[in-house]
Design a protein around this ligand. Structure first.
Ligand SMILES: [Zn+2]
Ligand SMILES: [Zn+2]
Length: 392
């Protein structure tokens, strides 16, 4: 596997070049048209066949025999609605959009793996599928890929995904057996009252004051109702209502997110939010409409797949650079794959003070340690070849 890492390192400029081109032209979920085009152009140059479209902008490339056993490797393609503030020469040219979650790195690493796998195609004991999926950031692109057959013909036996991880030092990888990432959902609460003159509150049912009470009451779900050892998140993140200082508006709209490490936990949070919001609203002569949208399932790693990744990680990086991570309350639509087949989502360390790569993902200053991209490519290749050796 060391020789694969050396080969990957020799492609550093090629991989970084792709990453920077993607970084300059970030695209939001299901709009990854240029991104998808660049991936297909690169696959064409490498003489790797693919299926497109899948999941609107997605690309599904295939290497090897075309028969089972089969391992899937996944990269997500979408960017975030953030204006980039990082001082890099290849800064986003699209105002208000940024690859702040490192998905540009994920694509470049997987294309690096494609290049290596193509050269070693005769060593592939089965099939490797490369899943370039759209819309991870809220659009459930992973689900679309599954529904449109990415895991079939041949059936994918295992799947691996890598994510850049700015809290882990460069040169390390980490993950865990079992649940790594939370189930993540969004909620919307519309509080409707009766608007009117702000100087005559007795003539109104005030949705602003009622919304404030609902927000306060929701805080006790996590602090008073959940087992302290069973993590959960309830965050109201937006609140909109009213347009004038002297008018009580007829309604207020709030949105937010809920997180839990289990599906049961999510059901509990939803039920309690419904009850609390509707009853607090009723007690204040208002009404609350509560809606829950787009919950990603928890990302649950298969223990054996993590073992495969750990063996590979130790081989490439040494024992001390493979970390057991605690679960994180972030969500991932990689969960749609691990819900269906065994898989492992692996964190690739990206924290490097000397390069200013110290900001978290989703931060406008987020920077990747590009020296680590070949390592990501080598890991992808290793996940696939090691798994196929076991499965064949
Ligand atoms: Zn993200
Ligand atoms: Zn991400």
């Amino acid at each position: 596997m060391k020789t694969i890492l050396d080969e990957a390192k020799s492609y550093l400029d090629w991989i970084v070049g792709i990453r920077r081109e993607l970084h300059r032209f970030p695209e939001l979920g299901y709009q990854e048209f240029k991104t998808s085009e660049l991936i297909r152009k690169t696959l064409d140059e490498l003489h790797i066949p693919y299926r497109h479209p899948i999941g609107e902008t997605g690309v599904l490339a295939t290497l090897g025999t075309g028969r089972g056993p089969c391992v899937g490797l996944r990269a997500d393609m979408d960017a975030l609605p953030i204006t980039e503030c990082a001082d890099v020469p290849f800064r986003s040219a699209v105002n208000g959009t940024m690859h702040a979650c490192g998905h540009d790195c994920h694509i470049a690493m997987l294309l690096g793996a494609a290049k290596i796998l193509k050269r070693r195609e005769s060593e592939i004991r089965g099939t490797v599928k490369l899943l370039f999926q759209p819309a991870e950031e809220g659009g459930a692109g992973g689900l679309r890929m599954c529904v449109e057959g990415a895991l079939e013909a041949p059936n994918v036996d295992r799947i691996f995904g890598l994510h850049v991880w700015p809290t882990l030092p460069s040169g390390q990888i980490g993950s865990r057996a079992g649940t790594l990432l939370a189930s993540a959902g969004s909620l919307k609460i519309v509080v409707t009252g009766k608007g009117g003159h702000a100087a005559m509150p007795q003539m109104c049912f005030d949705p602003v004051a009622t919304s404030a009470k609902i927000i306060s009451e929701l805080q006790t779900i996590v602090s008073r109702e959940l087992d302290p050892l069973d993590p959960g998140v309830v965050s109201i993140t937006t609140i909109h209502g009213g347009q004038a200082f002297n008018v009580i508006p007829p309604s207020v709209t709030m949105t937010g997110t809920i997180r839990s490490l289990t599906v049961r936990g999510m059901e509990f949070l939803e039920e309690r939010i419904r009850t609390i919001a509707s009853h607090v609203a009723a007690a204040n002569r208002c009404e609350a409409q509560i809606e829950f949208l787009d919950a990603y399932p928890p990302t649950v790693n298969d223990g054996h797949c993590w073992d495969v990744a750990q063996v590979l990680g130790r081989e490439l990086l040494g024992e001390s650079n493979v970390q057991q991570l605690l679960p994180v309350m972030g969500g991932e639509d990689f969960s749609y794959y691990t819900n269906r087949i065994p898989g492992c989502f692996v964190a690739l360390g990206m924290r490097n003070e000397s390069q200013g790569a110290v900001y978290g993902v989703h931060h406008p200053m987020f920077k990747a340690d590009e020296e680590m991209l070949p390592l990501g490519s080598a890991l992808h290749v290793g996940f696939a070849l090691k798994s196929l050796d076991e499965l064949s």
